[in-house]
Structure formats: C-alpha cells, structure tokens
Design a protein around this ligand. Structure first.
Ligand code: ADP
Ligand code: MG
Length: 652
C-alpha cells in the first residue's frame, strides 16, 4: 500500500512501558510490566505469548486503553494516549478496538443480537442499521439461528463467536483477544483461531494473547513476554490490505440521539427490573404505599373538610351567638338580659337579634311521654337559621307577645310522638300539664355538627317558654344574624362594644359560626397535613429502598459496566443507564401507587367515607416518586460511572 509506505509511523508504538500495583495501603509494590517496548503495524497478526502471570493481560488492558500505565509512552497512530481524557479513551475503544476475552464477557441479561449491538449503541448508530449489521455479523459467524438466545443458552464456542461479532460491530480495526481459546474445547478453539486468522487476512490488526505456543503458532508474528519484559520477537510482517484506523479522537464525540438512547436505556432497564421482579416489587412497596397514602389521605382530608364546612354552613355562616358567663347580681348565669338585646337591635350590622330560652321537658301526647329539648325562640327563627317549616306554619311576633300556647315540632319529634298521624297540625301536646297546640312541623335539618340533633326538639315562642315553662324572662343564649354584606368580625366587635359598655365586664361570650367553621376546617387541615407528612415519610423510605436496590444492582453488575465501558460507553452513558433504571423503578412504583390510591379511595367512597380526589395530590405524589428515583438513584449511578474499566471488568 502506497499510503502505508509513505506513512511509516506504527499503529501501536509503546516505549518503556511500566505498570506497578500496590505500594500504597500496605500491599507490597509489584512491578508487573518492567519496561516493555513494542511496535505493531496496522494489519499485523501478532501473538503475545508467555506463562501465566507474566503480565500479558496487563499489557493488553493498556494497549486497549482499559488501563493506564504507571510509566512509559503509548502512541496510538502517532498520538499520545496519555493525553486523552476518559471520554476520549472511550471514543478510541469504541472506534478502534474490539475485545475478545477468555470469559467472553457477554451481558447476561441481553440476547446475542443485543450483545453484538452494544458497541454501535454507544457509537450512535441508528437502530435499524445497527440491528441489520449485528444480524449479518452473527450470520457470518454461523450464529444466524441463535440470534435471540441469551448467553447462558449458548455453548462456550458460540459465546466466543458472539463476542467476536461484538468486537467487529464498530469495525474492529484492532482486535485484542486475551486467551480467546482458553475456556474452549480444542475444536471450538481451532474454529476461533481460524476466524481470527481470516480477520487478519481481511486486513484487521489482530493481537492474540495466549500462554499456549500452539495457539501462538497460528499468528504471523510471535512476541514472547516473561516476567513483564519482552524476551523474544519474531519481527514485524506487514500484510496488505489494511483496514484503515481512525486518525484522531474528536474532542466532542457524538453519541446516539437522546430519544433513541433513552428508549434503549428504558428497554434495558425494564429487562433488568423484570428479571429481578420479586426484589424490585418489594423495593417498590415503599413508593407504592407512599404515593397511594398521599392520594387517599388528601382525598379523605378534603372530603371531611368539605363535609364539615357543608354541615356547619347548614346552620348559617353569618350567625353570631352570645351567652352569659358567670353569675350576675339578678339571676345566676343570666347576665345577658332582654334589655341588652334591645340595645343590640340598634347595631346596624345586625339583621336579627333572636333570644332563646332552652331546657329539657317531658312532652306528652296521648299515652306517650318523651323527654324533649324545648327551645323558646323568636318568630324570625326559620329565616335566621335558614330552616323552613314543612307542615303548618311558624308562630308570629304576636304569638310571642300574647304568650300563645303554641308549639312547632321538629321533624323527628313529630314522628316519634305521633307515628300514626301524617299531619300533627292541630293536635295538642302537654308539657307540665299545660296544653300547647301544634301549629307546625319543621323540615328535616339533619344531625348537627355536634351530638345534638335539631330534628327532635320542640319550638315555641320565647316569652311563652320563659313564662309558662322556665319561669324567667332572660335569654339562655342569643342568636344574631349579620346583615348581608357586613363583615361578621365587624358585627362581632360592635356587639362586644355595646355589651361591654352596658356591663363593664365581659360576663358574656360571643361566638361566631364562621369562626367555628374555620377553626374546625383548620383542625381538619392540620390533620391532613399530618397525614401527608406520614405519607411523605413513606415516600422517603421508598426512596431509600430504591437507592438500596440500585446500589445492589451496581454491585451485581459491575462486570456488565466494565463490558459496556470496554465497548465504548462513556461515563455519562453509564450514569444515564443507571439513572434511567432508578427513575423507571420509581415511575412504575408511582403508577402502581396512583392506581392503588385511586382504588382505595373509590372503595372508601363506595363505603360512604367522604373523599374527594385531588388532581394536585395525585400529580404531586407521582412527580415526588419520580424525583425520588432521580435523587436516590444518583449516588449509585455515579458510583457505577466512576468505575475504572479494568477494575469493573475484573469483578465477579
Ligand atoms: P497474565 O495475563 O500474563 O497471566 P496478568 O497480566 O494478569 O498476567 O498479571 C500479571 C501479574 O500482575 C500477576 O502476578 C498478577 O498477580 C498481578 N496483578 C494483576 N492485576 C493486579 C492488580 N490489580 N493488583 C495487583 N496485582 C495484579
Ligand atoms: Mg491473563
């Protein structure tokens, strides 16, 4: 070849190469390579032969840029390899070298075809092209019918041929074979050597390392190494034609397009997770439970809150209540008087001031006696409490003034007292032997927020109750409605101001329904927050589970990481792969959690538990789970990416 003749520099040129191990951390320093110098031309078929332990593999790792020498110079195609950074070395391995190992070093979880594809994956070749090339290489090596087999389904000879196909995937300009026949029977070994010779004939540079002189005899040049030094060399024999070698590593190397790389990473990640599905699903439990409990707890929290608000506002959100506190000079426990209420009617923010006097009395109808909560109140009560009359009517202000002996029954009281009468209006009931005419029945109100039911009370005019039943004319408590448009707080302040001016001390208590609702809702909120916190903790536990499983994965698959690096994976490729796996675990867990959460929530709803799904909580919990994978997967992924190729390859 003219160009080869013009360019006389060697493909591989090493000078004074040394490699030392140990020396630090207690281990005694050993020098494994002791000044090796060697020139190898493009297209040569070289065997490096030597006894076990003589340093052959060490030399090959350095030649293949899997390891760096302790001293000496290595020029590849005229360029100093010592000046290249890790990514450039990855590029060189990818573009220039193809490795064949004694132990095959195939990725156990991938098929023959996928193993062969790996180098092209990192070179950024398109999927279609990649698959076609891998397939044709396997067919050429007689493995056309083993394409989808996993390594453990192949014989040693077949595995070694898969690894040769992999070495050729990116061109295989320089094939580095370390004891390629070492683990094979003699027939398979011969086949492999024939293959390598054919490749050498086709122009590939082939370097075979072996302890077996018979194997070495197949090569055109034999270099003998003993105790880390070259002791014999049969001399260079350049053959033509030569497969061209790359000239210079690009400083920025182009990888595959991101989507296709991500797809490949996801596919590979999914396979690994599927193979370890029992362990994966145990790990996922934390995340599943975390996400599901966030969703369910927030749903219950929201549901309860809404129920509380709905219940409370059924009694009017614009209501103020006032009751007496402590003893007054006139009636013990009745410091608020009707005169006070008269004064309160002057407050512009108030729409109604409703005095109430209450107590328990026995109500008799026919033979039936019922202990009943009796409430004397104002004629405006139905309006004030937004509580309509269902049958008959309500008493009027005149009834109140005239001490009319009339009563309005609660929905349930009417039913309990007169179960056989569809319409109790017009009947008389006896309370303390005083007959009261029933003039109406209230609509059903439902149970109140507390224990008290509004439906089994008896209502009558305030004055009638005070005079005829309770023997007093001062209110037990007072209900006031705030004018629509006025602020409840302002009204409360105004009432307080008037009362304080009249009494001089605060022997009364003013309550406000809106505030009570808000307080109640707030308790619910803090409850929800607490539950969400518990859920967040279980997410955290789930995250730690992901980290744990990823650390285990990295440890178990260190050799796979080494294989990927040997075939040209950069640090970021490894980082991305393991991060993808971690995120995939979490996304799967998150999805399962969302499904579980929705299922449990729906079941609770079906059982009548108030629950409202919150899209924010669902999306939030899912994103949290995904982020958990990223955060907790990062450390193990970085650990994987930081491994030295030769160290990773050597791991079991
Ligand atoms: P060969 O492949 O010729 O059998 P190696 O290159 O694998 O020999 O090893 C040569 C010597 O270097 C051996 O004595 C081995 O114990 C030593 N060696 C190899 N790797 C390491 C290492 N990482 N740390 C310490 N010693 C090592
Ligand atoms: Mg070896």
């Amino acid at each position: 070849m003219v160009s080869a003749a013009v360019d006389r520099r060697s493909l591989i040129s090493i000078e004074g190469l040394r490699k030392r191990y140990g020396g630090r951390g207690g281990a005694p320093e050993v020098e494994v390579l002791r000044g090796v110098s060697l020139e190898i031309e493009a297209g040569e078929f070289v065997a490096i032969v030597g006894a076990s332990g003589s340093g052959k593999s060490t030399l090959m790792h350095i030649l293949g840029c899997l390891d760096r020498p302790s001293a000496g110079r290595y020029l590849f195609n005229g360029h100093d390899v010592g000046t290249l950074d890790r990514d450039q070395l990855a590029w060189l391995r990818r573009e220039a070298f193809g490795f064949v190992f004694q132990g095959y070093h195939l990725i156990a979880t991938e098929s023959a075809l996928e193993n062969v594809e790996v180098p092209a994956l990192y070179a950024g070749q398109h999927e279609g092209q990649r698959k076609a090339r891998a397939r044709s290489l396997l067919e050429r090596l007689g493995l056309g019918d083993r394409i989808d087999h996993r390594p453990h389904q192949l014989s040693g000879g077949q595995q070694q041929r898969v690894s040769i196909a992999r070495a050729l995937m990116n061109g295989g300009r320089v094939i580095l074979a370390d004891e390629p026949t070492g683990a094979l029977d003699s027939k398979s070994g011969e086949d492999v050597m024939t293959l390598l010779r054919d490749l050498a004939e086709a122009g590939h540079t082939v370097i075979v390392i072996t302890h077996d002189r018979k194997v070495a005899a197949a090569a055109r040049r034999v270099v003998e190494i003993r105790d880390g030094q070259i002791v014999a060399d049969s001399g260079s024999t350049v053959s033509a034609p030569v497969v061209s070698v790359p000239v210079r590593p690009a400083t920025r190397t182009r990888g595959a397009s991101l989507p296709s790389e991500l797809r490949d990473a996801c596919r590979a990640a999914w396979r690994v997770l599927w193979i370890n599905r029992f362990r994966t699903s145990l790990t996922l439990l934390g995340i599943v439970i975390g996400v599901a409990s966030v969703i369910v707890m927030v749903a219950i929290g929201l549901g309860t809150r809404q129920q509380v608000v709905a219940q409370a506002s059924a009694f009017g959100a614009n209501l103020l209540y006032m009751s007496s506190v402590g003893a007054s000079s006139r009636i013990p426990g009745r410091s608020v008087t009707l005169a006070d209420l008269q004064a309160l009617t002057e407050i512009p923010q108030l729409a109604h001031v409703l005095p109430n006097v209450t107590g328990n009395k026995v109500v008799r109808f026919g033979e039936k006696d019922l202990q009943t909560y009796v409430r004397g109140t104002g004629a405006a009560m139905p309006e004030v409490q937004d509580w309509p009359v269902r049958l008959g009517g309500f008493f009027s202000a005149e009834d109140d003034r005239d001490l009319a002996a009339v009563a309005v029954l609660g929905h349930k009281l009417a039913r309990d007292l007169m179960p056989d009468l569809p319409n109790p209006v017009g009947q008389h009931v006896l309370i303390e032997n005083v007959p009261f005419q029933v003039i109406g029945v209230m609509a059903e109100k439902g149970s109140a927020a507390g224990d008290q039911s509004y439906d089994d009370l008896l209502l009558m005019p305030f004055t009638t109750a005070g005079v005829k039943l309770f023997g007093q004319r001062e209110p037990t408590y007072t209900a006031m409605t705030v004018q629509s448009g006025a602020s409840v707080d302002d009204a409360e302040k105004a009432v307080d101001a008037v009362m304080f001016e009249r009494h001089g001390i605060r022997d009364y208590r003013i309550g406000n329904a809106a505030a009570a609702i808000a307080a109640k809702a707030k308790t619910e909120d803090s409850m929800t927050l607490l539950l969400a916190l518990i859920a967040a903790v279980s997410l955290l536990v789930g995250g730690i589970g992901v980290m744990n499983v990823m650390l285990m994965t990295v440890r178990e698959r260190t050799r796979e990481i080494g294989i990927r690096m040997a075939t040209g994976a950069r640090r970021r490729d490894i980082l991305r792969q393991f991060l993808t796996e971690a995120v995939l675990v979490s996304v799967v867990g998150g999805s399962a959690g969302v499904a579980l959460g929705l299922g449990v929530g729906a079941a609770l709803m079906a059982l009548g538990v108030p629950a409202i799904f919150s899209l924010r909580a669902i999306v939030g919990a899912f994103l949290c789970a995904t982020a958990t994978g990223l955060v907790f997967g990062f450390m193990p992924a970085r650990q994987a990416a930081g491994l030295e190729p030769v160290v990773a390859l050597a791991s079991e």
